[in-house]
Design a binder for this molecule. Structure first.
Ligand code: HEM
Length: 388
């Protein structure tokens, strides 16, 4: 699918999705051998019908990123998935996550304090990027001095989704990260703390501890899932508000509108545009008969713009009553971190609105999407405001 690689389609893939929903809603791409799915109902089915659409990463040929995640819950099917998920759900319930609110607010304030007097900045670099890394690193008990490395690994892993996953840089990073987490796991085994890794080490499924590859898979998954996605939710939200200043004004008057605004950002510019599956059996999707063992790409970003489910889907409308977007997936793999991502976005945006008055995009800013067809977010977000 060469069109997806071209720069103009990167930032605005939505007209292309619309064409595909109308003309080829379930499309076989000969070049990659994958089936691409564009309509809401079909995407929802592919994401949730696990007996037919497996989450086994990369099918039987897991390599690079695939290997790292192979033993993690995002890449397993029931019954193992249920067992693995039950170990971490406690750490991510809305109640557990709400307890992090004061810390997230303090971090947001600290990050903005550093730039408030400047009057202009790249908001990705100064806020959207560091905030989720620090939060997830603290949850996992990663020492503060290792945060920068942590972020770099996360970037390389995300980039593996778009290039040759066996390149030297990537396998070097995978090795470095694996060694780091092995050492951390060893350390926590001898000196447990209050962090997530210590909790996972203590956890048992039917009397059995998690294996080391399973523990590593969790670490790698949280590292990526917890960072890039939330960074881009915050960045995409600021982009939407800059494009729709009327919404920004309303939020300034009534911050209670923030949660529904965030839901609309999730629908309108979904940080995760697509997810993979592989068919376990022959099945019909739309009008197409798909063989067993076929790779599937479910286009969440397209489902969220399907006019069969959303009125005027190309409009950013924070007053939509029901907003059943698929930005966090659907069914048993529904995003574990959704309460955390929503909370971080809410706190970060509230802080931005109150601390950076007159926030707007830098005039003439050239916005570029980060190089991934799966993740939707900006490389940089240059903004200005009235300095404090
Ligand atoms: C805006 C931010 C986020 C978005 C858009 C997002 C999106 C998603 C999506 C679409 C899935 C479903 C994958 C599938 O069906 O195969 C998913 C799963 C997952 N997410 Fe998120 N995510 C976000 C933030 C987070 C955060 C902050 C964390 C953790 C701290 C997290 C952890 C996970 C995990 C562990 C899974 C796998 C769940 C399972 O397989 O049972 N996510 N996420």
């Amino acid at each position: 699918m060469d069109f997806i690689q071209s720069a103009e389609h990167q930032l605005n893939p939505f007209p292309h999705y619309e064409r595909m929903r109308e003309t080829a809603p379930v499309h076989y791409d000969e070049q990659s051998g994958s089936w691409h799915v564009f309509r809401y109902d079909d995407v929802q089915r592919a994401l949730s019908e696990y007996a037919t659409f497996s989450s086994r990463m990369g099918g039987d040929d897991a390599s690079g990123t695939g290997q790292l995640f192979a033993a993690s819950l995002i890449a397993t099917d029931p019954p193992r998935h249920r067992q693995l998920r039950s170990l971490v759900t406690q750490a991510f319930t809305p109640k557990a996550v709400d307890a992090l609110a004061p810390r997230i607010a303090a971090l947001s304030d600290e990050l903005l304090e550093g730039i408030a007097a400047r009057g202009s900045a790249d908001l990705i670099k100064e806020l959207a990027y560091p905030l989720p890394v620090i939060v997830i690193a603290e949850l996992m008990g990663i020492p503060a001095e290792d945060r920068e490395r942590f972020k770099q690994w996360s970037d390389v892993i995300v980039s593996q989704t778009r290039t040759d996953s066996t390149s030297e840089n990537h396998s070097g990073t995978n090795m470095e990260m694996t060694e780091y987490f092995l050492a951390l796991i060893d350390q926590r085994r001898s000196r447990p703390g209050q962090d997530l890794i210590s909790t996972l080490l203590a956890a048992e499924i039917d009397g059995q501890k998690l294996t080391v590859p399973e523990l590593l898979g969790f670490c790698a998954l949280l590292l990526v899932a917890g960072n890039e996605t939330t960074t881009n939710l915050i960045g995409n939200a600021v982009l939407c508000l800059a494009e729709y200043p009327g919404v920004m004004d309303r939020l300034l008057r009534d911050p209670a509108l923030l949660p529904q605004t965030i839901e609309e950002v999730l629908r309108f510019r979904s940080p995760v545009q697509s997810m993979y599956r592989v068919t376990l059996a022959e099945t019909t999707l739309g009008d197409e008969l798909i063989p067993a063992g076929a790779p599937i790409v479910a286009w969440i970003g397209s489902a969220n713009r399907d006019d069969r489910h959303f009125q005027r889907p190309a409009e950013f409308d924070v007053d939509r009553g029901q907003n059943r977007h698929l930005a966090f997936g659907h069914g048993i793999h529904f995003c574990l971190g959704a309460p955390l991502a929503r909370l971080e976005a809410r706190i970060a945006l509230a802080a931005l609105l109150s601390r950076l008055p007159g926030l707007s995009l830098e005039q003439g800013a050239h916005l570029e999407r980060m190089e991934s067809t799966i993740i939707y977010g900006l490389k940089e977000l240059p903004v200005r405001w009235q300095p404090a």
